[in-house]
Design a protein around this ligand. Sequence first.
Ligand SMILES: Cc1ncc(C[n+]2csc(CCOP(=O)(O)OP(=O)(O)O)c2C)c(N)n1
Length: 322
Amino acid sequence: MSLTKEQLLDYYRKMRNIREFEETIHRENTTGEIPGFLHLYCGEEANAVGVCAHLSDDDYIASNHRGHGHCVAKGSDPRLMVMELYGRAEGLCGGKGGSMHIADLDRGSLGANGIVGAGAPLATGAALTQKVKGRDNVSVCFFGDGASNEGYVFEAMNLAVILKLPVIFYCENNGVGEGTGVDYAVGADSIADRAAAFGMPAKKIDGTDFFSVYDAMEEVVAHCRAGNGPYFVEAETVRFYGHFEGDPQKYRLKEEIDNAKLHRDCLKKFRSRVIEEGLATTEEFDSIDSDLVAAYKGYVAEAKQAAWPRPEALTEDVYITY
Ligand SMILES: Cc1ncc(C[n+]2csc(CCOP(=O)(O)OP(=O)(O)O)c2C)c(N)n1
């Protein structure tokens, strides 16, 4: 284990922060006060945090519809994100983006995206910017197994190879795209294997294990920063909730989810390993958990009282002025 205790507790705090964000939204959504569709990231936290651990504000990420975790991991303020989901003026995007269009350019976060797979060309374009400007920054596209079948994802992969761009295609394979199993929707045995046909190196990793993600990404990000072109990563992971909030999940058994929560929960796995190796204590982890529970109670209470956007704000921020 090369990570210090401080780093370990920091990465745990980030993963737990995402979990608390999502559990809070799951609970509070039942009151009907959060407008729009919600797709929760619970179970997948090790991916966002293990990837973003190697990125700075000058590196870009492009997210998808399941984007809260990516945003928190890239450093966005969760208090302002909660405000945003409640549609309030103080929200990260003035309350006008909500869950599926949340973005934070100061953190290099190009935004969540309701068009499946559309982050791939965006991240590839951002990587072209990095290359043209002569920077050693990278760009990461988070997308799902469902998105991996989209034509523009393939076009982006090809362009990234021929232009030798510093972009990482990070596929979060949670086994299901809406209600369609990956075994049905993907013709090949492995999504990662497709990368070879584009001339791109690839890795397949365990996305329920923070250390597997962290170690793999250390090498992958270094490869891209050094100007060696793009990389493809397929991370096998699991989503604990439905495709969207309200999904009756007729396509999978309750036992599958219970089993995943028991054996493939990235937070539980992280805690067990770190405690077993004597690097932190149960009390230290519990204290992080209770701090976050209290923090989110405050964020929600504040958001519910916060001001709505002014009516005139509707037509502001439509076009960018350079
Ligand atoms: C281009 C496009 N096609 C279809 C949809 C409808 N849709 C929204 S999410 C989704 C499933 C995406 O699955 P995946 O990429 O595996 O991500 P996950 O939801 O599993 O995180 C679909 C088909 C869409 N929003 N955009």
